[in-house]
Design a protein around this ligand. Structure first.
Ligand SMILES: *Cc1c(COP(=O)(O)O)cnc(C)c1O
Length: 438
């Protein structure tokens, strides 16, 4: 093993030193120390652009994974963080409360579908889903129905990287076979096949109905991502499927958990994707864009029925409480972001992005490498016929002046809502050049 570079804390690292130290010591999402892939050091970011340590500038098509809605280094969000840090950056949430958290919870209750009145704030999306699952199980335990201890979900889903969330994520991409001996076993039904704009095929729910009919006595909740299956394939499905899911959950006395961690806050053209189907879940998970990409925070909302049901049980309380619950800095930035969003013209921005992404990406359909092109709201996807060779392709995007992070067969973008038409045109044209060169 190579000896580590000798670095003093006050030493300003060069681009090369960052890369060398990173390769020796630092894990990245789904990374390997045996891979020749090299990450790109970023020095700063502003608006829709990242400035790399080597001086190059790239247009960010990823919004730091669905989160950076208003762009980087936003003066209003910076101001919210700075002013909060002078009051207090953190205080424990057990037995104490504060205005930033209360304001955030009230706003979330007001803007989400009617009836979701109780908010649990946590640190990350995966934890928000863990909390949702725990709420569902504890609800049924409190109701004296502890045999309802399984979940039902659809294939191609993604709900996080912790163990409870992996157990409801896609069996293939979630590597279920590898973790089989340690993951809880739940019910999986086929992913919805009817696409967003297609006429609904009732066959889509037949296996779901049959499984619920046979096993509902043991099922606590159904969990799925509404309208857009994100990391599990970037698939856009029919709102009617979601309507049927709500009806079936009611019919078979199963709670419905919707994971809007990716889709929430306008990304699909509605403030929340479940509005496409005009349904209300029993439990709703939010994350990613909640603090506009500034700080790690997520939330789980539930109805009075579920909250009361939990609290009248043997434990008397909901059994969860993260150390950094409702961090005031994160709450303050979230409040500032929601103010920007709600007072701004996100609807117009997202529908304009939808039109411009479609115009820019549609020509990719003619390429022999391409299987499909699809756009919904501010989400643009090119699906290839073969998986991408990341070692070769990742640097090509940077050479073209854009930041795009593909996975599997998918080259996709989720621009910050503030991206202008010229930058969208540059982004999509560069994506097509890279895809054409594969
Ligand atoms: C990203 C994501 C998660 C996990 O959130 P983390 O903050 O990465 O833990 C869960 N569900 C969905 C739908 C997501 O897109």
């Amino acid at each position: 093993m190579a000896p580590s570079l000798d670095i003093k804390l006050e030493h300003k690292l060069s681009n090369e030193e960052i890369i060398a130290l990173d390769k020796q010591h630092v894990w990245h999402p789904y990374s390997s120390f045996n891979s020749p892939l090299t990450p790109f050091p970023v020095a700063s970011a502003k608006g829709v652009r990242l400035t790399l340590e080597d001086g190059r500038e790239v247009i960010d098509g990823m919004a730091s994974w669905w989160s950076m809605l208003h762009g980087y280094n936003h003066p209003k969000l910076n101001e919210a963080a700075k002013s909060q840090i002078d009051d207090m950056s953190h205080v424990m949430f057990g037995g104490l409360t504060h205005a930033p958290a209360v304001k955030l919870c009230k706003t979330l209750v007001d803007i989400t579908p009617v009836g979701l009145n109780k908010v649990f704030i946590s640190d990350s999306g995966s934890v928000a889903v863990e909390v949702a699952i725990k709420m569902a199980f504890q609800y049924w335990i409190s109701q004296g129905m502890s045999e309802k201890n399984k979940l039902i979900t659809v294939k191609n889903g993604y709900h996080g990287d912790t163990f409870a969330t992996m157990a409801v994520s896609d069996p293939v991409t979630g590597m279920h076979h590898m973790f089989e001996s340690v993951l809880a076993k739940h019910f999986f039904v086929p992913a919805p096949q009817t696409k967003f704009n297609e006429t609904f095929d009732e066959e889509d729910v037949s296996e779901l109905r049959a499984t619920l009919k046979a096993h509902h006595q043991n099922i606590a909740a159904m969990i799925l991502e509404p309208i857009v299956q994100g990391t599990g394939g970037m698939r856009f499905y029919s709102p009617v499927y979601l309507k049927r899911v709500r009806e079936l959950c009611d019919e078979f006395n199963v709670l419905l958990i919707l994971d809007e961690i990716a889709t929430g806050f306008g990304r699909t053209g509605k403030l929340f994707a479940c509005e496409h189907a005009e349904i209300v879940p029993d439990i709703l998970c939010l994350g990613k864009a909640l603090t506009a990409g500034y700080l790690s925070m997520a939330a789980t909302l539930t109805s009075d029925k579920v909250a009361t049901g939990i609290c009248e049980g043997e434990a008397g309380v909901f059994m969860h409480g993260p150390t950094f619950m409702a961090n005031p800095l994160a709450c303050s930035v979230a409040n500032a972001s929601l103010k920007l969003l709600l007072e701004g013209d996100w609807k117009q921005q997202v529908s304009n992005l939808e039109a411009k992404l479609l115009k820019g990406l549609l020509p990719a359909k003619e390429l022999p490498q391409v299987e499909a092109v699809r756009v919904l709201g501010a989400i643009g996807v090119i699906e290839l016929k073969q998986p991408i060779d990341m070692v070769r392709i990742q640097p090509r995007f940077v050479e073209e002046g854009i930041w795009v992070r593909p996975f599997g067969k998918l080259v996709y973008v989720l621009p910050p809502y503030i991206m202008n038409d010229e930058d969208v045109a540059t982004l999509t044209a560069a994506m097509i050049r890279v895809v054409a060169s594969i």
